[in-house]
Design a protein around this ligand. Sequence first.
Ligand code: URA
Length: 241
Amino acid sequence: MSEPERLQKILARVGIASRRVVEEMIEDGRVVVNGEVAELGQRADPDVDAIEVDGVLVGVRPDTVWYLLNKPAGVVSTASDPQGRPTVVQLVPEEPRVFPVGRLDAETEGLLLLTNDGEVTHRLTHPSYGVEKEYLAHVEGTPARGALRRLREGVELEDGITAPATAAMVSPGVVRLVIHEGRNRQVRRMCEAIGHPVVRLVRTRIGPLVDTTLGPGEWRPLRQDEVRALERAAVPTPPPD
Ligand code: URA
């Protein structure tokens, strides 16, 4: 646990706004601590207190890190590999220890998050939270309209039919696919099922996060506004009627 600090100091440090502006936000009743509207001068402990601004939980734990990595092909997204292949954790700083948020297959490229924030990791990877993931799938041949419709409406896989997805051709042989289930090898299996196996797969978006500037193997820390956007994206989807 850390020492309780004034709210304006905590919120200014994580980049919400300057201390003076945060004070105004507190006076306007926009800051809530553990469910109660905060008062000016109030202190909080960022390790234990839930602090919200405009109804959005703020990631204020100073020891929490988030990295966005452009994973190259041939690197596994587990913390260690029995076959001795390179792992994604070897591409980012060693300390503090971070873990990949979900998995990409060894041969899949593109955006992968790593963090030491276990709670948000759980929400981001759990299917009921429905965080969208977008992929560019380079496939064999060029799927016809009917095949794309199958991807959108649901494909029968051995572990059940897939949920509605977005699928569009971006160029001959390249499909942009947006899914939110995250089953094992899902995109590869969906494309295989429509008769167009994947030859190259790149993840281009995770919820609100995109980055076209990172080269293969490069990473960067998330900005605070990105962490907040991610937390907003990871809310439970209502159960179907
Ligand atoms: N779907 C796949 O088939 N592979 C991945 O790595 C991610 C999604």
